[in-house]
Ligand binder design. Structure first.
Ligand SMILES: *Cc1c(COP(=O)(O)O)cnc(C)c1O
Length: 394
């Protein structure tokens, strides 16, 4: 396959979304604040109503700052038709689902999905008459056996939240496509840089941009990038639901995007170094890192992904909740908090067993989830070594 130089992801991160009519020649798309847009005449106003795309109309439809980020995310997904932006990753997930499902439809949802995604299915889709069935993340092409006439969509998340199973995304998407079933992927862990989802057959690719796109733990943002044939419905439902983002947050997303490549490289190298060290420690039963052979679905990561990011989990041998809390509480370089994808390292106790329903989590030990930031991995390893001693000795 031949590529023009501008096709390569690292170059695209620099050039994407910088159309001159939106930047007026300024290098970074500037912050354009707006609610009301003034028209020259009634005829001009009517023309704007009829043009749904990148033409200034009303603040809720966005302006050049938002369009620059949306465009950039589309350019990062070869084959994509367009991108819509949301005030959070959860808003991106819920709007994408509402854009493809109607009462009477059935949704197949991966059992390792992010917990608020499950909560939306159970607490909001169910009362709307949309049934959710959870499936084993490692089901692969076997997903076809679960399809019924009511199945309208399959939702994937790879690797899964908390337990990191890597899915056979191409096989699941091919099976769905053969039945006219829509596929949605939460691609937050990999971003399009490590896994270009649309190119692998996904119809709607979802990012919690709060994580690696923003990259500095200082803004909430979500996106959905659609394959051709799925963008019009996505845009329509996004507008119907009144979803929009501020230009300031869009600016932070575009700014983060420029360094996404170098940051992901460092997060990935750091997380693999720490994960490999953890795998050799006597206190550690298992490491759940997609790039390590012990992770369920590791072979799909090796086949499909261009690298690793910074989030993984490890399982402790024995101990109890108090011992795990001692390990985490005393860490000096790892913060204790939700979310991830910023420049800083984080540690959390996670307990997936209570969430799962389709494939029981074989949790023979307590889990700790780590986000590896941009610190020197050797310092993080020293910090964790002291933590493992606290875990063993009171
Ligand atoms: C954090 C996260 C989300 C939700 O993003 P928010 O911006 O926090 O709403 C969705 N999916 C995954 C996998 C996440 O980790």
């Amino acid at each position: 396959m031949t590529h023009s130089p501008a096709d390569r992801p690292a170059t695209r991160l620099v050039t994407a979304g910088r159309r001159k009519e939106w930047t007026a020649g300024i290098v970074s798309p500037p912050v354009w604040r707006a609610s009301t847009i003034l028209f020259d005449s009634v005829a001009d106003l009517r023309a704007a109503v009829r043009s749904p795309n990148d033409r200034l109309y009303y603040g809720r439809r966005g302006g050049p700052t938002q369009w620059a980020l949306a465009d950039a995310l589309t350019e990062l997904e070869p084959g994509a038709a367009g991108t819509m932006l949301y005030p959070s990753g959860v808003a991106a997930v819920t709007t994408a689902l509402l854009s493809v499902l109607s009462p009477g439809d059935e949704l197949l949802m991966v059992d390792s999905a992010y917990e608020p995604t499950r909560a939306f299915c159970d607490a909001m889709l169910a009362p709307l008459g949309i049934k959710t069935r959870y499936y084993d993340p490692l089901i692969g092409a076997g997903i076809a056996d679960l399809f019924t006439d009511a199945t309208k969509a399959v939702f994937l998340e790879s690797p899964g939240s908390l337990t990191f199973e890597v899915q056979d995304v191409p096989a699941i998407c091919a099976a769905a496509k053969a039945r006219g079933i829509v596929t949605l992927l939460d691609n937050t862990w990999a971003t399009p840089l490590l896994f270009p989802a649309i190119g692998h057959g996904v119809d709607l690719s979802i990012l919690a941009c709060t994580k690696y796109v923003v990259g500095h733990s200082d803004a909430m943002l979500g996106s959905v990038t659609a394959a051709p044939g799925h963008f019009e419905a996505l845009r329509r439902y996004t507008h119907l639901l009144g979803q929009c983002i501020s230009p300031d947050d869009a600016f932070l997303g575009s700014r983060g995007l420029r360094t996404l490549g170098v940051r992901l490289k460092a997060h990935g190298e750091g997380s693999i170094a720490v994960a490999q060290w953890l795998a050799e420690q006597p206190e550690v039963a298992r490491v759940l890192h997609p790039a390590l052979p012990g992770c369920p679905g590791h072979e799909y990561w090796a086949r499909d992904f261009a690298g690793a990011s910074g989030l993984f989990a490890f399982m402790l041998k024995g101990g109890d909740d108090a011992a795990r809390a001692r390990l985490i509480d005393g860490l000096e370089l790892f913060g204790i908090g939700f979310s991830w994808g910023g420049f800083e390292s984080l540690a959390l106790p996670v307990d997936p067993a209570r969430i799962r329903t389709a494939r029981r989590w074989q949790g023979e030990g307590l889990l700790v989830r780590l986000h590896i930031g941009l610190e020197d991995p050797a310092d993080l390893i020293d910090d964790l070594a002291r933590g493992l001693r606290r875990f063993t000795y009171v």
